[in-house]
Ligand binder design. Structure first.
Ligand code: PLP
Length: 235
């Protein structure tokens, strides 16, 4: 497994998708998703200059945070239970998976204790899948959270996140990504205090389409680190 070669290929595919859609590659962050992969795989990318990494599970994130260099920017992209916010509040770079007002309030409380403003994204279940977390893709539901976030001084809402369903035909994901971007534009139009500018969308199987549809952050695991080993209980 040559992680650096894989990363180079992902970068090239992002650049090509930007070219096809007349976008500047600088607008698109590649967020390597390192869940279920060992700390040394992260260190490999770190040594090549990468600093931002996405994790799904609080305990695994904490272990890696303790083990790896302090200047890594950790992103929480998985479902987050309220009673675990306190473990990551003092250093988390961004929480991509906010889907309830209660969770927003907990992040506010822990942000206040840590004396910092925590950047967050609202997770939207654009495909309305029963198995997934996230707010329904309706303007009212999203604005209820967004307007609440504006009242919280230790929370900074930056944008929206989604995971598209696993369609066999990835072109179907296009409408999901379009819908998320439309929602972001509608939210900004509904309240000009919002100024949302982050669209966290696109994974290994669909990140090129997500880039073509306006993604500013692709969360890529398998294409960079290889298949996840779920028997790896090291974390
Ligand atoms: C695991 C995960 C990813 C990365 O998935 P790959 O298909 O391996 O690229 C991205 N986003 C979320 C929310 C994930 O849980």
């Amino acid at each position: 497994m040559d992680i650096l070669a894989n990363m180079k290929e992902v970068q090239e595919r992002v650049a090509a998708a930007c070219k096809r859609s007349n976008r500047d590659p600088k607008e698109v962050t590649i967020l390597p998703v390192s869940k279920n992969h060992p700390a040394e795989d992260i260190q490999t990318l770190y040594d090549a200059g990468w600093r931002d990494f996405g994790e799904n599970y609080v305990q695994e994130l904490r272990n890696k945070h303790d083990e790896l260099p302090d200047d890594i920017h950790w992103h929480m992209i998985g479902h987050l239970q309220r009673n675990k916010v306190k473990y990551i509040a003092s250093y988390i770079q961004a929480i991509h998976s906010v889907d309830t007002i209660k969770l927003l309030h907990t992040i506010e409380k822990e942000g206040r204790k840590a004396d910092r403003v925590i950047p967050v994204l609202i997770e939207v279940n654009v495909g309305r899948e029963e198995s997934k977390f996230g707010v329904m893709p309706d303007l009212e539901d999203c604005m209820a959270l967004a307007n609440e976030a504006l009242e919280l001084p230790h929370v900074k809402l930056r944008g929206l996140m989604t995971s598209a369903p696993y369609y066999d035909d990835v072109e179907k994901d296009r409408s999901i990504f379009r819908k998320l971007k439309e929602l972001l534009n509608d939210m900004n139009a509904a309240n000009d205090q919002l100024q949302l500018d982050v669209l966290s969308m696109g994974m290994t199987h669909d990140f090129e389409i997500a880039v073509e549809e306006g993604s500013t952050c692709v969360r890529v695991g398998t294409a960079i680190f290889g298949k996840r080993d779920y028997s790896n209980k090291g974390y």
